[in-house]
Design a protein around this ligand. Sequence first.
Ligand code: PBG
Ligand code: ZN
Length: 331
Amino acid sequence: MLTGRFPQLRLRRLRKNENVRRMVRETVLTPNDFIYPIFVVDGENKKEEIPSMPGQFRYSVDRLPEMVEEVEKAGIPAVILFGIPSHKDELGTDSYSEEGIIQRALRKIKGEGSKLYLITDVCFCEYTSHGHCGYLECHGEVCDVDNDRTLELLKKQVVSHAQAGADMVAPSGMMDGMIAAIREALDAAGFTDIPIMSYAAKYASAYYGPFRDAAESTPAFGDRRSYQMDPANFNEALREVALDIQEGADIVMVKPALAYLDVIRAVKETFKYPTAAYNVSGEYSMVKAAALKGWIDEKRVVLETLTSMKRAGADLILTYHALEAARWLNE
Ligand code: PBG
Ligand code: ZN
């Protein structure tokens, strides 16, 4: 690695000015790397700011076109849509209904002729009355998500998203066998060209707090530790990713990002697959809070953080900073 030593070798030579720094820069962030998350709610003419996520909003379907235009103008290729229906029930039926919130959102955006790439988050927690990510099976007082019954519901949900115009689906529920089930359902319905981005290594993280406010998806009781991963585990993440690739995932995701950069790096190096990192709500809100207090330089902190994710191995970054970061990169 080294062919000389100090004083012949001086690493500062290549840091002298911005031009030479540009020439040897190893990681370059661009708006092409971003996927912008959008929350969609029922109702009309709504653009409500999310209190725990300053600068992020929940849009009603009719207000989506203006949002989409902003994203396209910033040069961001894709959004991921999260639906927050007003009607929630035990099975999360809105998630696979033709008139469901996501289905209407997809038809609205496609109907306006937008070319923006539309990814849908595929899960049940925003749709169920209990707030868990699947079908809840209770034995007396003790309830847990029934894995295999959830797979059956997931199949309905993805086909319904595809029929409404989704370009890609992104299952986030951490059910075993979910990628195989979804691939099979999409193929059987004729959607052989729709890729799957799997939330493959998704940890049971406290960093999802603000998202759960935004999406009204906090579990009514208990937590998600029986399906999401233990933050202490690294090898298990590689097994999760290996399984999902075997089952047909096209892109694998690590979530959250900042506290799991080691996992991102290992996933990229081990599998050499398109790898996504989810810069989650808590990571966003911490930066925003400090910036609003005037304690940090927001632009520099955001670009440095996103660069670290790309440097770790992420090809795609799901981030609430996408719009602002893209504008800064385009300046
Ligand atoms: C739901 C889902 C969550 C996120 C994306 N999809 C939260 C959760 O598991 O509770 C997290 C997003 C974020 O925090 O920004 N399955
Ligand atoms: Zn969920």
